[in-house]
Write a protein that binds this ligand. Structure first.
Ligand code: GLA
Length: 376
């Protein structure tokens, strides 16, 4: 991929720039908790976006996406926002750096990626993080803190892409570390690296290939439900809520909002349980919590879909240790913790049964936990 980028960059701009990369992410557990001030447990993966970038001495950004085969030019003022969704991610990052007092001048760029789009693996966060990291290096002497780079990506989603997301994806993409998951407290911003090497198990993603699209999606509505309940309880976020508190206002809120908050309160505890269990090498508990999360996401948070529930059922039938829908939902992947000896049979069964029902196979990705944003 890097060679393709280099060739393309040289062909278009007749020069050589600097290569940067940033990764997609998985999340072991802790879904829809980030914007509720809770905990998440993600890691960066070996699928990434790479970009070659070179300042061009003008006030224009000229960028070519190899995968989409599209070339876009835009200025750096607020009114210069490009029409193409993919270019808005880059434009947004530039604007958010500038708004924070950082420097961005014109540059040329070519980029490509191997993160499956719409699979819930955060290709957009990887794109944002790649450019935020690069522009910090190229124009700002790396003076912008790494956490701020993640926030720049998140603000890009809020202000230029219409997704009111939390911080998890951009955080994971920026801070990812080979063989480590990270437990992030989304309220304080404190985080810890956890070595992740589950001996005897594999982490596998099954992509339903149901297109996951968070832009203009019910994702923002889920967040609004949580905020309504928190406001009713007189607290900042659901991080501070308990089931007793929620039950005390049950009559004053809609059934839907109640169910959303119930999931979030349960999920907060599940992340902590999983961390404890991992420390003890207790993968059975990790797996049980994953199934509970799936159920909550499907029945209470209602972000699953028929295909993902079907994949979850197959995992259960095959005796897979843990399985659940991963990421924002509405399509995308399940993440599965599978014993080595069950792996092949599970994959074959899932492929066969899914194909028999939906006419196509799910895609299968083995998860390799890798580094996040970096200079290549
Ligand atoms: C998307 C968002 C994240 C997070 C997850 C759900 O990936 O971008 O901030 O809310 O959904 O956990």
């Amino acid at each position: 991929m890097e060679n393709k980028i280099k060739k393309e960059f040289n062909g278009r701009f007749g020069k050589e720039g600097q290569l940067y990369a940033s990764s997609g992410r998985i999340n072991l557990i802790g879904e829809h908790t980030d914007y509720n001030g809770g905990f998440v447990f993600p890691g960066a993966i070996d699928k990434y976006i790479a970009a070659e970038i070179l300042p061009n001495g003008t006030d224009k950004v000229r960028v070519y996406s190899i995968d989409i085969d599209e070339y876009v030019e835009f200025g750096l003022k607020e009114e210069d926002v490009p029409d193409q969704q993919w270019a808005r991610y880059i434009f947004g990052v530039c604007r958010e750096i500038i708004k924070r007092g950082g420097k961005v001048e014109g540059f040329d760029a070519v980029f490509a990626g191997n993160i499956p789009l719409g699979a819930g693996l955060s290709s957009s966060a990887a794109l944002e993080s790649c450019f935020a990291f690069a522009l910090n290096d190229l124009f700002n002497d790396n003076k912008i803190e790494k956490f701020e780079l993640a926030r720049i990506g998140q603000s890009t989603e809020h202000n230029y892409c219409g997704v009111n997301c939390g911080i998890m994806d951009q955080f994971a993409s920026v801070f990812g570390k080979k063989n480590h998951l990270m437990r992030l407290d989304c309220r304080s911003g404190e985080f810890e690296y956890f070595p992740f090497n589950p001996v005897g198990y594999k982490l596998v993603l099954l992509d339903s290939v149901v297109k996951h699209e968070l832009v203009d999606s019910p994702y923002n509505k889920r967040r609004q439900s949580c905020e309504r309940v928190a406001a009713k309880l007189g607290i900042d976020t659901l991080r501070d809520a308990t089931m007793e508190m929620l039950d005390s206002i049950k009559e004053d809120i809609s059934k839907e909002d109640y169910n959303r908050a119930k999931f979030v309160i349960g999920e907060k505890q599940r992340v902590l349980d999983v961390c404890d269990a991992l420390n003890k090498g207790d993968y059975e508990t990790v797996g049980k919590r994953m199934y509970e999360t799936h159920r909550g996401l499907s029945e209470d948070y209602e972000v699953s879909c028929e295909e993902l529930d079907f994949l979850n059922d197959i995992a259960k039938e095959c005796g897979v240790t843990g399985s659940r829908i991963m990421g924002g939902g509405f399509g995308g992947c399940t993440i599965n913790l599978v014993k080595d000896e069950l792996h092949d049979k599970f994959i074959t069964t899932a492929r066969d049964k899914f194909k028999a029902k939906y006419g196509h196979e799910p895609k299968v990705y083995d998860v390799v936990i890798s580094d996040g944003a970096r200079k290549l």
